[in-house]
Design a protein around this ligand. Sequence first.
Ligand SMILES: Cc1cc2nc3c(=O)[nH]c(=O)nc-3n(C[C@H](O)[C@H](O)[C@H](O)COP(=O)(O)O)c2cc1C
Length: 368
Amino acid sequence: MSNSIGNIFRVTSFGESHGPCIGAVIDGCPAGLRLDFAILQHELDRRRPGQSQVATTRMEEDRLEVLSGVYNGITTGAPLCMLIWNRDQDSSKYDELQVKPRPGHADYSAQVRYGGFNDHRGGGRFSGRITAGFVMAGAVAKQLLYETLGVEVLAHTVSIGGVQAPRVSLEEIRGKTESTSVRCPHAPTAEKMIAAIEAARQSGDSLGGEVECIVSGLPAGVGQPVFDTLEGDLSKALFAVPAVKAVEFGTGKRLASMRGSAANDAYKLTDGMVTTASNHSGGILGGVSNGMPLTCRVAFKPTPSISLPQNTVDLGGMKEVELTLSGRHDPCVVPRAVPVVEAIVAMVLADHALRRGLVPQVLERKPS
Ligand SMILES: Cc1cc2nc3c(=O)[nH]c(=O)nc-3n(C[C@H](O)[C@H](O)[C@H](O)COP(=O)(O)O)c2cc1C
């Protein structure tokens, strides 16, 4: 089984879409971190459905409850258990999908994997809702990274349904991402993305897209070659997010068609510090951070559940049939996935920073 990730900052994900709750346990979070619960809730609200017309209309309240590992608002070093309760669930439509699996979703593969014992309601463990647990753990990781190292993890939408955003500055990403419902800081592009999602929704279809994540302030020297490289561990964790189909770092697969002279990031000195003139490597060399911003792009496929008729197989009668879905689904998961990408990146980096000894296991001594 593999619902846990991380060596020291170890996150375990639990819960199913239509079970009682969804959450995460962090074992190994340093003692002495003062948690800002308003920020934790804010991160969950960014992921929550029903935020805008580009997301599903399901209303999930997603009020965070912290059950253990915190005393007087400060982490104790004991397992930190966090959850939200599942409330606005309609399981009535999901029995049919055990017999007629949705193309593009995990209904069929999950049934085969678990001998049909999996909780299929709402997609069960394969639902986008499990990412709420990732966001809780990631929000703690973000606070830990910021408090101890000044590391900032920021993601934003760079494409939806083929509509590409132009490159914008870090200041614009920081200041404007949350001001558009698709989380694209470039407002004119955001409008085109919203129109594309609306058109897809109207025709019963869905869209995919890409999220870029930029990590600033990560010191050089973080990463554990050869099997626990930063790229390897980040990719593994990012692929736990439903609908992720590709992850690239820096200039990514476009490096394959460049020459070494253009692809290499030349070293230079900035205020006496070793930096690079370009950042095609995305801040990672040899699986280890080099002190430049860590950049990665995460590609999401179009939401599988669409209302257009689709071909599937009736597993009861073993015949080919047509499936028409109803229900409340995101026409594009990308805007809601932005805080999820930040969370996953933060939890992996928190673990690696602890492994490297950059973050202590006790943050401050309690005054006696
Ligand atoms: C935030 C988020 C929300 C999602 N919402 C839906 C949804 O409403 N309907 C749906 O069919 N898939 C949704 N998905 C995607 C499916 O869960 C995913 O495609 C499915 O589990 C199959 O896994 P795979 O695409 O990684 O192979 C969502 C994913 C994320 C990250």
